[in-house]
Ligand binder design. Sequence first.
Ligand code: ZN
Length: 769
Amino acid sequence: MNKIKYCFASLLFLFAATVVAQDGEKEEKEPGHYNQSKFKQLYEEFSTPNTYRSASGAPGPDYYQQQADYKMDIELDDKNSRLYGEETITYTNNSPDDLEFLWVQLDQNVRAKDSKSPLRNGGGVPIASQAGGFVQTYMTEPFDGGFNIDYVRDANGRPLSYTVNQTMMRINIPQPLRSKEQISFSIKWNYNIPDHTVNRARSGFEYFPKDGNKAYVIAQFFPRMAVYSDVEGWQNHQFWGSGEFALPFGDYEVNITVPADHILDGTGELQNRKEVFSKEMMKRYEQAKKSYDKPVLIVTQEEAEAAEKGFSEKKQTWRLKAKNVRDFGFASSRKFIWDMQAVKLGSRDVMAVSMYPKEGNPLWEELSTKAVVGTLKSYSEHTFDYPYHKAISVHAKNQGMEYPMICWNYGRPNEDGTYSDRVKYGMISVIIHEIGHNFFPMIVNSDERQWGWMDEGLDTFMQYIAEQEFGEANPEVIAPNNKYPSRRGEPSKIVPYMSGDQSTIAPIMSNPENVYKLGPNAYGKPATALNILRETVMGKELFDHAFKTYANRWKFKHPTPEDFFRTMEDASAVDLDWYWRGWFYTTDYVDIGVKGVKKYYVSNKPTKQMEEYMAARNLTEADFPPLVYLAEEDSEDFDPELKGKSPSESSTTLKEYMMDNMTAEERAEVKEPKYFYEVTFDKPGGIPMPLIVEYTYADGSKENVTYPPEIWRKNDAEVKRIISSEKELVGILVDPKAETADIDPANNSWPKKDEKSDFDSFKNNIKGK
Ligand SMILES: [Zn+2]
């Protein structure tokens, strides 16, 4: 390109901006600023799409998943807190591969005496220890947990060889299980049930010394098939304690024998209700099926208190059947009060159920089932109608754990029945969260062992929405006109984590076993990232459609992170690779500010910079089309005469141009901005985000502009914008509604506010490390 043409090109390009050429180019060329990698597509990070998983994020034409059906007879020995089981697993190999062996999960082995789980953590003397934990660690023998395997047999009753490696058992089948073939085998086992209140197990019993009873919440209680998939082959990563579960779908028939005075509920439809219910309970159950506005007590507190004294020697068997679930859990005790309420979801009725000992009251009878109802409605609205026939919330001390149709939740009042707001909201929130887990990961069945955020993050995000909707639907529960006090989800709540010590922060895309702070890593940050994506980046309409598309594409299937990332783009036409990259693949934080403002007026004379430009190239003004100049107020170009004049008064070139090129009507319509500003925004934070700006003018009026995140694509450190206005600009505020999790509001305003904020110390901390 020759010199003159180059001048024309750049000046014409800049005519709209009316500043001298260099700035725009200088920004791009400054070393370190041109950081294109932030907007680079995620080709290197994502697996290549294939016929199992499409590039759109949907299951591909060859998508398959394995099926594991269970028939089990379980017996609870209440006196000795021991569980016995015999199970037959029928495993269908839908994969194209022949399998030389099968992997079965023995999760209880994490509590075995020789478990390596307690040995893998370092750590010094803590500032304090809980008494129960202290006794268990230093003063008693290790708990004798873990499965005792009586046998593993094939369909003909012949022993099958097996190898146990910690929490995984390899079944050494004599012939490979061919593609599309099925195998049945049986396992007989038993184990000592742990007290979940001392050792923080996900299941076990709580002992109530006052009446001598135990309340059992039982899960991970049977040898369960591992997942075999196109992504991991066998998912046989050990269960260490933090990384949860990966399970195939299947049908279950489970007979559970417990003391005859126990009340039991669990995954699946009860097959022998008339046998295990009294006549009175049947009558109340029929009422509950038609009670859409409030729960009906199936077992009252009075009845539960009477049962506490019984200690029946007789046994009773509860028969449950579940189709297409990925797991099975149950709760059993003579202490349980039981209530149920019907919920209409689409054209179907679902039963919202709560089970709790009297120790949970009055809180539980007031709020548990109400929270279950709210959760089912909100989640169904945002994903798909809850497909099972019931959802049970069981009260268990310090528990928050989920299984298909049933979950354990904390929230216990003081002994006198009083409770704080913290206990109340904690209880509602954990119920919403755990019932919500029916959707993620019980139905949208992601691999929890590998990706904690795919269930916890998506669920916590939905929990935030459900909590807000619960607050709106139940003003009598939260103080009228108050917003539900969500612990996670609001952008500001994640700032302390994201701005914290980088040496203890891991990207969201990490295995849950390997992160320091699992709460903010797998729950808070992904939930907030999705909330910001919904409310600020994509907008609710585009986000909700895409999120729903993901939930529906992958319900009753096994999605991966890429399936989620790809679907969100596929259904919205929003390029989100930069967002996934910044929020999910790095530990960067958001910090965007306004760095400086320069004021300009329209001038008739070439600016000093322009004169130098022309001199260096032997050019004069005659070599250019008609030019208009902007003179900076604080420079030698500035002429005080220019102040307060309109552009057409200040520039004869402009006036002549308008006379030659515009009709009288057009000239009458033109705007005459008297003020021009060059605003420099900077971005100390690593994550590119939309630049949300509120401009305030001298007359008090405000203008809000959101520049898309792509504004940072050519310069990751700073960008300039020109603001023209008929009114004087008096203030600029970045992220005025604090919706981006910007860690440092101190640099968000012009003129700069002087007071030092807490965030300065955060930031100084980061810089120091
Ligand atoms: Zn959870």
